[in-house]
Ligand binder design. Structure first.
Ligand code: ATP
Ligand code: MG
Length: 418
C-alpha cells in the first residue's frame, strides 16, 4: 500500500507498506525494492541506522519518506526514507530466492506456492490472467450476455463419458460438475444468452501438461446461434481479449516474455474430414470416424500454425446433446491453437425426441435425465454454445508449456495440497 497524500510529485511525503523483494547495500546508500500492491517501489536509505538485521528479503515493512522523481527507479520515482519499521520478519530461510533468475523446479515452487507467487514473474502472470477475465466479461456483457452461476454439486453426469468425482451429499451420492452444460442450455430458455466462468471437475487420471482435475471454464450458451455464428463469436471474443491485453497489459506481457500472437487473419475453419485427409496424406493412415490423437493434432497444428477451428466432427465422437448433421456428422467445432484444444462447442438439440435419441446413442439412460428432458417440453429454443478452457487460453497467451504454471493452486492426480 502506498499513501501519497499529495500525489507522486518531487518532494512530497509518502508512506509505503509492502514486502521486501531485494536489498542492495552500497557504501553510502542502500536500495530496497518493495512490492506495494503488485507494483515495485524503490526505497533509498542514507541513514545506516535504519538498516537492521531484521530487514531482509520477504520482510514486511512500513517506511516513510520523500518522493524523488527519477527514471532510474521501477515506476519513475523513489522514496528517500526517513523512518522505517519491520512489521513482520520471516521466521525461516526461504527454500528459494524470489528474485533469482534461476527458476526453481515447478514441484518445489508449487509446494511453496504462496511464496512462489511473490516472484515478479508470477505477479505479472496472474495480473494478466485477472485482466484477461475482465476483458472476457467486458466482451460478453457488451453482447448482452447475462453472467450466471450454476450448481457444482450435481446428481447425475452431465455428459456421460468423462469420469466424475463422487461425493457424499447428506445420505445420497452426488458428483462434482464436469461442466455447466445442461444448466446453461436450460437457461437459454429464460435468459436467451448466458455465460459462466467457473470450475469444472474432471476425474480422468490424466498426467499431461494440459489437463487438471479442476479447471476454469468460460461457458457460453445462446439461443438462436448456429454453428457458424458461434465460431464467429468465439473468434471475435478471443481477438478482442488478446487485443485488449496487448493494448493495456503490454508491460506485464513483456516482463514475462509472452509470445506475440498473430490474430490479424481470420481463423481458418477445417472440417474434421479435411483434417483426416491431411493426416492420411502426411502422417499415417487413419479412418474417417476415428478420434484425432494429440500426435495428429500437433502435426496438423504445426502445419497450420496459430488459431484454427476443426468443425463438423463425427456424431459418434460427440456428446448426446450435439445437433446431428448429414446423418453421421454433427454441427460442432473445436477451437485449436496449434496442437492444443482450447474450446469445444456447437449447436445443440432442442427437440426432446431427438435428445432422447442422443441419450440412447451414447448409452445413457433417459431416467437419469428426467428433469432435464422435462424442460424440453415447454418450448426450448434452438441454441448453441461452447466451453473455453481459461487455463489453456492462458497457456497460449503467456507461452507457458505446463498448465500448472498459470493456475494458482493446481489440482491434478498427484497434487491436492497446498
Ligand atoms: P481434451 O480432449 O483436451 O481432454 P475435452 O474435449 O475433454 O478436452 P471439453 O469437455 O470439450 O474437453 O471441455 C471444453 C474445454 O475445457 C476444453 O477445450 C479445454 O480447453 C477445457 N478443459 C477440459 N478438460 C480440461 C482439463 N482436464 N484440464 C484443463 N482444461 C480442460
Ligand atoms: Mg472437447
Amino acid at each position: 500500500m502506498l499513501i501519497a497524500q499529495n500525489g507522486i510529485n518531487e518532494g512530497s511525503e509518502a508512506e509505503v507498506y509492502g514486502w521486501v523483494l531485494s536489498i542492495r547495500e552500497q557504501k553510502t546508500l542502500s536500495f530496497i525494492i518493495v512490492y506495494e500492491n503488485r507494483k515495485q517501489v524503490q526505497l533509498v536509505i542514507k541513514d545506516k541506522k535504519l538498516m537492521s538485521s531484521q530487514l531482509k528479503q520477504n520482510s514486511v515493512i512500513w517506511a516513510k519518506g520523500t518522493i524523488k522523481i527519477t527514471d532510474k527507479a521501477p515506476n519513475g520515482f523513489e522514496i528517500h526514507v526517513s523512518s522505517l519499521k519491520v512489521l513482520s520478519k520471516p521466521k525461516k530461510l526461504p527454500p528459494f530466492n524470489i528474485m533469482s533468475t534461476d527458476v526453481p523446479a515447478l514441484d518445489l515452487r508449487l509446494d511453496f506456492r504462496a511464496l512462489d507467487l511473490r516472484r515478479p514473474y508470477n505477479i505479472n502472470l496472474f495480473t494478466i490472467r485477472s485482466k484477461a477475465l475482465q476483458y472476457f466479461r467486458e466482451y460478453l456483457i457488451s453482447k448482452d450476455f447475462l453472467e450466471v452461476q450454476t450448481p457444482k454439486i450435481i446428481a447425475t453426469a452431465s455428459e456421460g463419458g468423462a469420469a466424475l468425482f463422487p461425493l457424499m451429499y447428506y445420505d445420497k451420492q452426488a458428483f462434482l460438475a464436469q461442466s455447466p452444460q445442461l444448466y446453461k442450455e436450460e437457461l437459454t430458455m429464460s435468459f436467451e444468452r448466458v455465460f459462466e466462468i467457473g470450475p469444472i471437475f474432471r476425474a480422468e487420471p490424466s498426467r499431461t501438461l494440459k489437463h487438471l482435475s479442476e479447471a476454469i471454464s468460460l461457458d457460453v450458451e445462446a439461443a438462436f446461434y448456429k454453428n457458424e455464428d458461434l465460431m464467429d463469436f468465439l473468434e471475435d471474443m478471443i481477438k478482442y481479449v488478446i487485443n485488449r491485453l496487448y493494448e493495456k497489459e503490454g508491460d506485464a506481457l513483456k516482463r514475462i516474455k509472452a509470445p506475440t500472437l498473430d490474430i490479424s487473419k481470420k481463423f481458418p475453419r477445417y472440417s474434421y474430414s479435411e483434417v483426416v485427409s491431411w493426416i492420411n496424406k502426411n502422417l499415417e493412415e487413419i479412418h474417417e470416424g476415428e478420434d484425432l490423437s494429440s500426435k495428429h493434432l500437433e502435426a496438423f497444428g504445426d502445419h497450420v500454425e496459430g488459431f484454427y477451428f476443426i468443425k463438423d466432427w463425427p456424431l459418434k465422437l460427440k456428446p448426446f446433446y450435439i445437433q446431428p448433421k448429414d446423418g453421421d456428422y454433427s454441427n460442432s467445432f473445436d477451437l485449436m491453437y496449434r496442437g492444443l484444444e482450447l474450446s469445444s462447442g456447437g449447436e445443440r438439440v432442442h427437440d426432446p425426441a431427438l435428445l432422447r435419441k442422443g441419450l440412447k446413442r451414447t448409452g445413457l439412460s433417459a431416467k437419469g435425465f428426467k428433469y432435464h428432458l422435462e424442460v424440453y417440453n415447454y418450448g426450448m429454443p434452438p441454441h448453441g454454445g461452447f466451453g473455453l478452457g481459461v487455463d489453456r487460453f492462458m497457456m497460449v497467451v503467456t507461452g507457458a508449456e505446463n498448465i500448472r504454471e498459470v493456475v494458482l493452486y493446481p489440482r491434478d492426480v498427484r497434487r491436492l495440497v497446498p
